[in-house]
Design a protein around this ligand. Structure first.
Ligand code: ADP
Ligand code: MG
Length: 334
């Protein structure tokens, strides 16, 4: 093993980097021979492409495109995984009182985030499009394995949870392949598999205002760390920045004083949905929401440069953002 360690220059980890689901993905696994690690990683890449082919909102033959094309017309038969994802998305919509809603898609499209032909839609257009938003109008028939969007004009977009779901799916997949240690970073979604030489994984928390800096290090085990922020995908028009996290109630990019929300949880799919949802809620509502939950922790970064960690993660977070002008504090349950 030591030989392998030397050859690799990084304690026997083997890494692969790919571009999928519109983002850069890195996967590193440890403890395998180089040969078998490479083989496992190549198979994992194929797993990702297969999931992307189901969940993509832009690929013509994806399950999601198929569902959207048949909105208001007919139920369509899709894969079991697509059903699982949509069910999970509906659950998160209920839980977050609509702050997360995959039927926000027509609005996301209107802003150009799907095609990158960015534009600022007129008020009337937004008012019309938000009338198509409501996950209650997605009908799932589990026996027939079909999904139906009840209203013509409706559409769904799994962009807010697809990477989290993929991370969960892959971490199980790797475990089944006998991989006991690894770390996956799927564009803002990090998931730990086991431990790293008996220690927790260190995950850098990005400074949302500086691509090349972090504001601290999080320690995680078999968990997901998911960050959503307006800084990730946006465009500027007439001096104003418009980003890709939309408040489903207004149809406009959520501006509630947050610049990033990071969720730490053993449920990566939920963590992904919640990172989007809590960003939409804003700090006060998000903290109330956390106080009523017991399956995740969070770190919020506000526009006025405060870094706020919930008490359950505070011991595993080492803040380093002072020199960048951030101020740190802990949020307590009571
Ligand atoms: P990223 O995809 O950059 O990691 P998120 O996980 O926050 O960020 O997901 C944002 C994506 O989810 C958007 O690109 C859009 O497709 C979709 N989306 C935007 N707003 C919402 C929302 N309120 N609820 C559900 N999905 C959303
Ligand atoms: Mg998300």
């Amino acid at each position: 093993m030591e030989d392998i360690a030397k050859k690799n220059g990084k304690d026997n980890g083997v890494t692969t980097k790919i571009f999928a689901m519109n983002t850069v993905m890195n996967m590193t696994i440890y403890g395998e021979s180089i040969e078998s690690a490479k083989k496992i990683l190549a198979e994992a890449e194929q797993e990702i492409y297969q999931l992307e082919a189901l969940f993509s909102a832009t690929m013509k033959n994806s399950d999601i495109s198929y569902i959207n094309e048949n909105a208001g017309k007919s139920p369509v038969k899709v894969s079991e995984q697509t059903i699982t994802m949509i069910e999970k998305a509906k659950e998160i919509q209920k839980l977050t009182n609509g702050a997360f809603d995959i039927t926000v898609s027509p609005v996301v499209k209107a802003w150009g985030f799907t095609t990158r032909n960015f534009r600022v839609p007129k008020k009337e257009e937004i008012t019309k499009l938000i009338s198509y938003i409501n996950s209650d109008w997605i009908t799932i028939n589990k026996e027939e394995q079909t999904v139906f969007l009840e209203k013509p004009g409706m559409a769904i977009d799994l962009g807010g949870i697809a990477k989290g779901y993929t991370a969960d799916y892959l971490s199980n997949w790797f475990e089944q392949k006998g991989v006991a240690s690894g770390i996956l970073s799927l564009g803002g979604n990090v998931i730990g598999i086991g431990l790293h030489n008996g220690n927790k994984w260190g995950v850098a928390l990005q400074d949302p205002l500086n691509e090349n800096a972090s504001v601290g290090i999080l320690k995680i085990g078999n968990q997901s760390v998911v960050t959503s922020g307006g800084y990730q995908r946006n465009f500027e028009k007439d001096g104003k920045i418009y980003h890709h996290i939309i408040n489903p109630k207004t149809g406009y990019p959520a501006e509630e004083g947050l610049i990033s929300v990071t969720i730490i949880s053993s449920d990566g799919t939920k963590a992904d949905g919640l990172s989007t949802a809590l960003f939409v809620m804003g700090i006060e509502q998000a903290v109330d929401f956390w106080r009523q939950s017991n399956d995740f922790e969070a770190i919020f970064i506000t526009e006025d440069r405060r870094v706020l960690a919930t008490e359950g993660i505070a011991d595993d977070f080492q803040f380093t953002g002072e020199s960048q002008g951030y101020q740190y504090s802990t949020i307590f349950k009571k």
